[in-house]
Design a binder for this molecule. Structure first.
Ligand code: F6R
Length: 241
């Protein structure tokens, strides 16, 4: 596992954009896209490189990590909408080639297996961006999630609903359920790139990187993966030994 400590959040975003750019310039790339606030600076930097440096996403495709259950795709906080407004709309990545779990279908229970099959049929994810929750979650795999889990429905903890209330009018509007790639699904991506900044993430980063491998820190599953890059600012690195 490679740990890259940069001085500022802007430097973190630029390093993550460098990694993604490398895949996009090498050929048709399958990008694993996270939502949440952590990757936003990297998405903005990639969009700038698209505009100013002809970074071409036309051959790329994308898979989202997760989606709320029961929130219409058209809702501005569905991850389907968020990834479009924050990234896809600003580059030449075909929106039809950016897939997310369908959180509003009739067969929610069957959606996980369908989504995993779609990722497999696409040849797997080349580079998976990951944020980390303050409780160590990745995707929406909350503490206690099986390290080999597949895409499935999960119930959000109250802490995560409170953390995400900032994107909604009130915490009552935050859905209780999500579809999330499992830890086993995420681990099949060929390169995991975790991005975190700020003191609030320092404990989770230390537990993920240096703590015991444990379902109680879902991000610790990265310790089993052969190709991981953790990109953090000094504040998020402050609890590393
Ligand atoms: C979102 C996701 C979550 C977030 C995590 C951190 O797709 O998978 O695991 O990455 O909740 O969120 P932020 O970056 O908003 O602190």
């Amino acid at each position: 596992m490679e740990i890259v400590i940069r001085s500022t959040p802007a430097d973190v975003s630029s390093t993550v954009a460098d990694i993604v750019e490398g895949y996009v310039r090498r050929g048709p790339a399958t990008l694993g896209l996270a939502t949440g606030s952590s990757p936003l600076g990297s998405y903005r930097e990639l969009a700038r490189r698209h505009r100013q440096q002809a970074l071409d996403f036309s051959a790329a495709r994308g898979f989202l990590l997760d989606e709320y259950v029961g929130l219409p795709k058209s809702h501005d906080q569905s991850y389907f909408s968020v990834i479009r407004s924050e990234f896809v709309d600003h580059v030449n990545l075909d929106p039809d080639r950016v897939l997310s779990p369908n959180g509003e279908g009739a067969d929610i229970a069957g959606e996980g297996a369908r989504y995993d099959a779609a990722i497999r049929e696409a040849g797997g994810v080349d580079v998976q961006l990951l944020g980390i929750g303050t409780d160590g979650h990745i995707g929406f795999n909350e503490p206690g999630s099986s390290l080999s889990s597949r895409t499935r429905v999960k119930t959000l903890t109250e802490q995560t609903r409170l953390d995400n209330a900032r994107f909604f009018d009130s915490v009552d509007d935050v859905p209780h359920h999500v579809l999330t790639q499992g830890l086993g699904t995420i681990s099949e991506a060929r390169h995991l790139v975790m991005v975190a900044y700020g003191k609030g993430k320092a404990g989770a980063i230390a537990a993920a990187v240096e703590g015991p491998l444990s379902a109680f820190c879902p991000a610790s599953v990265m310790q089993l993966h052969p190709h991981v890059t953790v990109v953090v600012d000094e504040a998020a690195a402050s609890k590393l030994a």
